[in-house]
Design a protein around this ligand. Structure first.
Ligand SMILES: [Zn+2]
Ligand SMILES: [Zn+2]
Length: 437
């Protein structure tokens, strides 16, 4: 496991910040000076995306930059993950996390730096690759914050822990780093901070949400069994297409009839496959689902309902076997933003960036494995940064047609205001958390 040791600085001598005082935060002029280099890095990362757990070139671009800034850098944590520490005297430890990975999406942004990359996915299939979730922007902001924090050590004290995590998109990256000793081999932080780009806020606006913010997600599959035969003789068969169709509709009542309207739940059937051609009744049909919720008890109840409805529909049709219910992929837990930490960070950001640009936002049913750092016992907050041209957002509100969102082949943040706001928010939050005990 390679380890880079940066230069030692005597900055610890400058830790004369009086208790309780709010040290000055990053200024727009300082961030403007960082920007050209960060934009170049962003374009390079965007053009060269890598899939989950394959982020070798991506990590190799980031690690040496941190080492040259004086961070102690460890690579290969949890696969391709990076941990970079900057020790700046006695004080708390704050962690800032970025993601490294991209998605199997064919880019349609038309950007001059658009990706044309392909890669083999975990199943061995060649797929297109794109930074369709903005993790390239998160990495560029993370590097900007790393530089600003290294250049302004007199404005904070304690330990800054920068973490670049593999495989957020598939789930499993945060867990891989934690299982590789993230909080044992390195200091267990007092706070963890993350920031994600967002399609619902104007570029440069920061969104915060105390409490449950991003949903837990699991991916059940249901295989429905029938008895196939000739399409002309349905009376000699038990048609799993009809059973599956009934299941699709009956499952809608889990949310509409069985769930308390105050508990957010999503049951989406995103894939349904069965049969080969119109005149053959198949033996089986497979459904793939996404089930999302915040509350563990609600999730258990939804899964119980799903199983009951699938079995009952199969029984009603006289199916020869009960449906098989399995789970695909890695389940992701809900992100919980520590209320006190969220309030503290939001107030610090509002003081610097203004109340108009730092706003409370609704929770989302999308998921994020940032949840795992909080579950490991560290107060955590995931902020969002608006990434959409305000004029396009206003147009979308007027027409009711949503702008492209993360995971869309057309997702492209409005770079300059978004990236600058991300660096300003990260540095301001870190100086607040590391400035006063
Ligand atoms: Zn994503
Ligand atoms: Zn993402």
């Amino acid at each position: 496991m390679p380890r880079f040791h940066g230069l030692l600085f005597a900055a610890t001598l400058f830790c004369a910040i009086p208790l309780g005082a709010q040290p000055p935060a990053s200024s727009p002029t300082e961030i403007d000076a960082l920007y050209p280099d960060l934009e170049a890095l962003y374009r390079d990362l965007h053009r060269n995306p890598e899939l989950a757990f394959q982020e070798i070139q991506t990590a190799a671009k980031l690690a040496p930059r941190l080492a040259s800034l004086g961070y102690e850098v460890t690579t290969g944590v949890g696969g391709t993950g990076i941990v970079a520490l900057l020790k700046n005297g006695a004080g708390p430890t704050a962690m800032l996390r970025t993601e490294l990975d991209a998605l199997p999406v064919a880019e349609k942004t038309g950007a001059p730096f658009a990706s044309r990359a392909t890669a083999k996915n975990a199943a061995g299939l060649t797929v297109p690759v794109m930074h369709a979730c903005g993790h390239d922007l998160h990495m560029a902001a993370w590097i900007g914050t790393a530089k600003w924090m290294a250049d302004h050590r007199q404005r904070w004290r304690g330990t800054l822990m920068l973490v670049a995590q593999p495989a957020e998109e598939t789930g499993g990256g945060a867990t891989a780093m934690l299982n590789d000793g993230l909080f044992q081999r390195f200091p267990k932080p007092d706070f963890t901070l993350g920031l994600h780009d967002d399609d619902t806020l104007p570029a440069g606006t920061i969104g915060f949400h105390p409490g449950f913010f991003r949903a837990a997600a699991i991916s059940p599959t249901i295989t429905v069994y029938g008895r196939g035969g000739h399409g002309a003789m349905p009376h000699n068969t038990i048609d799993p297409v009809v059973i599956a169709a009934r299941i699709v509709l009956s499952l809608q009542t889990i949310v509409s009839r069985e769930t308390n309207p105050m508990d957010p739940v999503v049951v989406t059937i995103g894939s349904i496959h069965g049969g080969t051609q119109g005149n053959i009744i198949p033996d089986e049909v497979k459904l793939e689902l996404s089930v999302r919720s915040f509350n563990e008890d609600v999730r258990k109840r939804v899964l119980g309902s799903l199983e009951r409805i699938a079995r009952a529909e199969a029984m009603a049709a006289g199916a020869p076997r009960e449906p098989l219910i399995q789970f695909a992929g890695i389940p992701v837990n809900a992100v919980y933003n520590d209320a006190a930490l969220t309030g503290r960070v939001a107030a610090a950001l509002q003081a610097v960036m203004g109340q108009q640009r730092v706003v409370e936002m609704p929770a989302k049913m999308t998921s994020e494995d940032f949840s795992e750092y909080g579950r490991a016992g560290v107060p955590s907050v995931l902020l969002h940064v608006g990434a959409v041209d305000p004029a396009k957002l206003a147009e979308a509100r007027r027409t009711g047609i949503a702008v492209p969102a993360p995971h869309s082949p057309e997702w492209l943040p409005q770079l300059e205001p978004t990236l600058k706001a991300a660096v300003q928010a990260e540095t301001t939050a870190l100086v607040n958390l590391l400035g006063a005990k």
